[in-house]
Design a protein around this ligand. Structure first.
Ligand SMILES: Cc1cc2nc3c(=O)[nH]c(=O)nc-3n(C[C@H](O)[C@H](O)[C@H](O)COP(=O)(O)OP(=O)(O)OC[C@H]3O[C@@H](n4cnc5c(N)ncnc54)[C@H](O)[C@@H]3O)c2cc1C
Length: 430
């Protein structure tokens, strides 16, 4: 029977990042992945990395620290994961476009909040915005400009982690192998290993649940009720266009307001179609020259089917921000699932009631950006080191009690009910 220091369940962004930092600590590690490495949400995503669209506090700080770790990885990796820089070697930066004076006011507050944390952020007016992004719609009042943020190729980041971890000789990867049970000591509940769908047992005193949208199932195997659900997103891919935006990351400010919605919907004055499918604009140009345009935030269970009406809504929103997209062909569309934790923060920590059990999941729409810091923190928990930044303790599983989970479930049910009602009303009229 094989034994390891740590078994990581899931070979997505989190699982591969954990493996990288665990093997660097000298721990013999196995990744057990039921499909292929990077075959989960990592294969249905964009690659924006930054901190500006996260909530001020621990959320924004984890984005900032993760970006610093990406820059370290860029120096240390032999594997190129396409960390985007311009010809001068500067990060290409990120734009968050405002559509109204209200959004400009909100963006101004956010810029101040970031500066209070010592993070670089700028608010630009309509004229400066046109200079930064010549193809953007002429009537927009301005934007938030984040010159230090960038993008990566998510697949290549995951493969890079595996490549670099293997150099230590400490990593085994079990792909096409599903974890079906977690072994625990009947008395202390301490983790002892996992059982696979092939009937094999792998022993380890530490198991990391890095199963993304499926983390709740891996939680249930150890008696934990982990409040993570799949939140659907959809993207359109265009024919090759070359650069439409000068900044590789570009989203609308309404995305931030919609993402952190805690009470009802945010009224942007958009069409019924865009509102019904909770669509917010974002655009990224891949190295291939194809452009990805998104996106929506909906609950569709575990379905990743593309939906035609969502395609139309995304296209409408995209043309509003970049009118020239009207003349660009869409060649395909795909859907993906964000691992959404009900209080909008990921869970990255050990679990006191199950010794040896760790959770690294629930990064919703930021898992590519947050992979490095999450993997680093898990390696610190697993080796009993001080955390990379003290506020990271706020990401711990211990923040949840059954009552708190229940409270968030009620809020989420109400938000979902309102979104579904909008969609039903729209369907009724059309
Ligand atoms: C449309 C869209 C756009 C996005 N854009 C961005 C972006 O620009 N920037 C950003 O930072 N984030 C973005 N995200 C979010 C990001 O993609 C996710 O947060 C991230 O991929 C989650 O990584 P993960 O490792 O937690 O999950 P996954 O990548 O899904 O990995 C989990 C793995 O666990 C495996 N697994 C599950 N159950 C088992 C089991 N029983 N046994 C073994 N293996 C198991 C799965 O097969 C899967 O491979 C986007 C997401 C979507 C959907």
């Amino acid at each position: 029977m094989k034994s390891y220091d740590v078994i990581v369940v899931g070979g997505g962004m989190m699982g591969t990042a954990c493996a990288y930092y665990l093997t660097r600590e000298g721990l013999k590690t196995a990744i057990v992945e039921r499909g292929d490495i990077a075959g989960g949400t990592v294969s249905h995503t964009d690659g924006n990395i930054g901190y500006s669209e996260k909530k001020p506090g621990v959320d924004m700080l984890q984005g900032y620290h993760s970006l610093q770790l990406y820059m370290e990885m860029e120096k240390e990796f032999d594997y190129d994961f396409e960390f985007e820089r311009d010809k001068k070697g500067d990060t290409t930066g990120y734009i968050i476009a405002c559509e109204s004076e209200f959004e400009m006011e909100e963006a101004a507050k956010r810029v101040e909040e970031m500066r209070a944390l010592d993070l670089e952020a700028h608010l630009v007016d309509a004229k400066e915005f046109q200079e930064l992004e010549p193809l953007v719609a002429k009537d927009l009042p301005g934007a938030m400009w984040m010159p230090k943020e960038s993008t990566v190729n998510p697949y290549k980041v995951a493969f890079g982690y595996i490549y670099e971890s293997r150099k230590t000789g400490l990593l085994d990867v079990y792909s096409r192998t599903e974890v079906v049970d977690i072994l625990q000591d009947p008395g202390t509940k301490a983790v002892q290993g996992i059982v696979t769908d092939k009937g094999e047992t792998l022993r380890a005193p530490k198991v990391v649940n890095a199963a993304g949208c499926w983390a709740s199932f891996i939680g249930a195997m150890a008696g934990l009720d982990i409040p993570i659900e799949p939140r659907y997103g959809q993207l359109l891919v265009t024919e090759k266009t070359g650069l439409i935006t000068q900044h590789r990351g570009f989203i609308e400010y309404g995305y931030i307001l919609a993402k952190y919605l805690e009470n009802g919907t945010y009224d942007r004055g958009v069409s019924d179609l865009v509102e019904a499918y909770n669509v917010c604009f974002n655009i990224t140009t891949a190295h291939t020259g194809n452009t990805q345009v998104g996106g929506c935030r909906l609950f569709r269970g575990y379905s990743i089917k593309s939906e035609y009406k969502i395609m139309k809504a995304i296209a409408e929103r995209a043309i509003r921000f970049f009118p020239m997209l009207k003349n660009v062909n869409c060649i395909r569309s795909f859907g993906g699932l964000r691992p959404f934790c009900l209080d909008h923060l990921p869970i990255v920590s050990d679990v006191e009631e199950v010794p040896g059990y760790y959770i690294c999941a629930g990064h919703e729409g930021s898992g590519i950006a947050l992979g490095p810091i999450a993997g680093k923190l898990i390696s610190e928990y697993a080796t009993g080191q001080e955390l990379y930044f003290p506020e990271a303790a706020e990401l711990a599983w211990s923040r949840f009690t059954p009552e708190i989970i229940e409270k968030y479930r009620r809020i989420e049910q109400e938000n979902t009910r309102q979104l579904e009602e909008l969609e039903r009303k729209f369907e009724g009229k059309n």
